[in-house]
Design a protein around this ligand. Sequence first.
Ligand code: HEC
Ligand code: HEC
Ligand code: HEC
Ligand code: HEC
Ligand code: HEC
Ligand code: HEC
Ligand code: HEC
Ligand code: HEC
Ligand code: HEC
Ligand code: HEC
Ligand code: HEC
Ligand code: HEC
Length: 284
Amino acid sequence: MNAVKRIRLFAVAGLTLAVSLCLGAGSPAKAAPNAPKLLQDDCVKCHVQPPADVASAGAGHKKITCFDCHASHRPASKNNIPECSQCHTGKKHYELKGCLGCHKNPHTPLNIILSGNITDPCLTCHSPQIEQLKQFPSKHSKLYCSTCHNVHGKIPACTQCHKPHYAEQTAGDCKKCHKAHQPKNVVYGKEVPNKECGGCHKKAVDLLTASTAKHKTLACVYCHQDKHKMIPACQTCHGTPHPAAMMAKFSKCGDCHSIAHDLNRWTAPAKAAAPVKAAPAKKK
Ligand code: HEC
Ligand code: HEC
Ligand code: HEC
Ligand code: HEC
Ligand code: HEC
Ligand code: HEC
Ligand code: HEC
Ligand code: HEC
Ligand code: HEC
Ligand code: HEC
Ligand code: HEC
Ligand code: HEC
């Protein structure tokens, strides 16, 4: 803040512009004591880019002046570059090393460049994602955050790195079953159409499509609800349709009905197939 020093700086440097900064201040002999201060408006005369950057994208740094950060000028003071910690303290984020590694240009502080492999610095602001990556270990848990988010805030498409399960499947379809930070925990809603499963279960789709039983009209996810590999029991939907005595002779519904995807069809009622006997009910 030493105006005297600042004026001397220009005298020593012999910068002609310095003369024009001495806005009619007394006689040259007494220049130092009466010299006007180096003003914010003067900077642009020699430094075009920083003022332009601050004006176009200075963000929060527009609220302060050049002097707040550059308190003195060469050669009077060699170090007129501020530490970020002069003003930013009290958050985990401000304890990182190398602020300028991401905030490449302090005059446009929100213009952030992510280069290299970054995970820990992200965690100073985002925590749910790392918790999911740890709770559901997968090969994604071994990647850096910046491997996928190479520009801050950018969400990558899964298909940037992976092939879809079938030709017509789009990037938008992936999230019907997968979440990026827990990709192996496959869960889905009631709206998922059969073709999404068909990419991997062609046989099941073909059987069900060819079947003439009423199951044909049901969606895969109507029976295999919520979570991949869930298998429903027939009884969840049908209760106990036949007398216990009859069921006692058979271990499972499929003994007569075959499989859910391709139920047996009988041309005539086959009630005779189940002679009623007073046998004690065997367990399962
Ligand atoms: C008369 C021309 C002139 C004016 C006006 C001027 N500067 Fe400079 N400035 C220079 C020159 C020349 C250098 C390079 C000095 C060097 O390399 O030793 C420089 C260097 C700098 C540096 C870099 C220092 C470093 O360590 O690399 C900063 C920061 C700076 N000026 C800020 C300002 C600010 C802020 C203002 C307005 C308050 C300003 N300058 C006004 C000529 C000027
Ligand atoms: C928030 C603090 C801050 C403000 C405000 C600020 N600067 Fe800087 N400035 C810096 C930092 C930090 C550097 C060092 C950048 C680096 O090392 O890459 C720098 C570098 C410079 C440099 C030398 C490198 C270059 O980009 O040419 C000049 C000149 C400069 N600033 C001028 C200005 C001027 C003029 C203003 C006002 C319009 C200003 N600065 C406002 C923090 C600031
Ligand atoms: C002289 C004080 C000062 C210095 C030094 C300083 N800043 Fe700032 N910074 C501020 C102020 C004031 C704000 C605005 C805070 C607000 O709006 O609440 C700010 C805001 C920011 C913002 C947010 C911008 C926005 O609009 O949301 C970033 C990013 C930032 N600073 C990064 C840096 C980095 C990186 C450095 C070091 C290169 C640095 N600052 C050095 C004072 C400073
Ligand atoms: C790994 C990259 C990275 C590093 C290193 C980094 N930042 Fe940031 N910083 C960011 C990102 C990303 C944001 C969020 C920007 C947004 O909100 O769009 C941010 C936001 C900010 C903000 C504004 C929001 C807030 O929480 O205050 C300030 C101030 C800031 N950084 C200062 C710093 C300082 C000081 C350092 C060094 C101690 C630093 N940053 C180091 C990436 C980084
Ligand atoms: C200083 C705090 C800070 C740091 C550090 C930071 N972020 Fe952010 N991030 C934010 C804020 C704040 C937002 C919300 C911005 C918005 O809504 O525009 C955000 C948004 C995001 C988004 C988009 C969210 C959405 O819903 O679209 C992603 C992805 C993201 N950050 C990833 C990262 C990654 C990866 C890193 C490390 C390289 C990182 N962030 C570092 C503060 C930060
Ligand atoms: C394999 C790529 C990949 C990795 C690694 C990754 N993300 Fe993401 N991230 C995504 C995708 C894709 C989304 C969009 C949401 C989704 O599909 O689940 C996303 C969403 C986000 C969001 C927006 C909010 C949310 O949770 O949906 C933030 C914030 C985020 N990621 C931060 C991070 C952080 C921090 C890391 C490192 C700890 C990280 N991501 C690692 C791909 C990834
Ligand atoms: C930036 C690249 C990238 C993006 C984007 C990405 N992944 Fe991955 N993913 C990988 C890599 C690398 C692996 C590990 C592959 C290997 O080792 O075979 C992987 C593995 C997987 C695995 C197997 C996990 C395991 O542990 O076996 C699944 C499932 C997966 N990704 C789904 C997705 C989904 C869904 C998305 C979108 C939400 C996505 N990925 C986005 C790079 C990516
Ligand atoms: C209908 C649900 C569903 C949809 C939609 C879906 N997936 Fe999958 N995906 C799965 C299941 C289930 C597995 C796990 C198979 C296993 O257990 O081996 C899987 C596994 C993966 C794997 C691990 C490697 C492999 O092929 O087995 C990757 C990578 C993957 N999916 C990427 C994607 C991408 C990319 C999309 C979108 C284009 C997508 N998935 C859409 C259900 C789905
Ligand atoms: C990426 C390929 C893929 C997709 C997409 C996929 N699955 Fe699977 N599914 C598999 C694999 C692999 C297995 C394990 C097969 C094995 O163990 O023989 C499996 C097993 C199953 C099983 C049997 C579990 C068991 O215990 O035998 C069911 C039920 C199942 N899937 C239903 C579905 C449904 C419903 C969908 C659609 C919402 C679907 N799958 C989507 C790959 C996939
Ligand atoms: C998620 C529920 C659900 C499950 C699980 C289920 N079903 Fe069904 N089932 C239905 C519905 C709905 C119908 C059609 C009812 C109607 O339209 O009257 C049906 C119809 C039937 C019919 C009559 C078929 C026809 O074409 O007339 C038989 C037999 C049957 N189910 C047997 C089974 C057997 C055996 C299992 C186990 C392997 C099973 N179901 C599992 C829901 C289910
Ligand atoms: C009516 C309910 C129902 C519907 C609809 C249904 N399933 Fe199943 N699925 C079952 C039952 C019950 C089993 C266990 C085997 C059995 O008893 O038939 C099973 C077994 C499976 C299996 C493991 C055995 C095998 O056949 O490989 C897969 C995979 C499977 N289903 C996928 C599918 C797909 C894909 C669809 C949609 C095209 C679908 N299921 C539609 C009830 C159903
Ligand atoms: C001993 C053979 C046998 C066994 C075991 C059996 N069923 Fe049946 N089920 C039949 C016959 C026969 C019919 C009548 C077929 C018809 O009318 O077309 C039938 C009819 C049904 C119907 C259709 C009723 C209607 O109103 O259309 C359902 C649903 C059904 N069974 C479910 C089950 C379930 C669930 C199990 C296992 C708990 C089971 N069945 C075990 C032989 C059996």
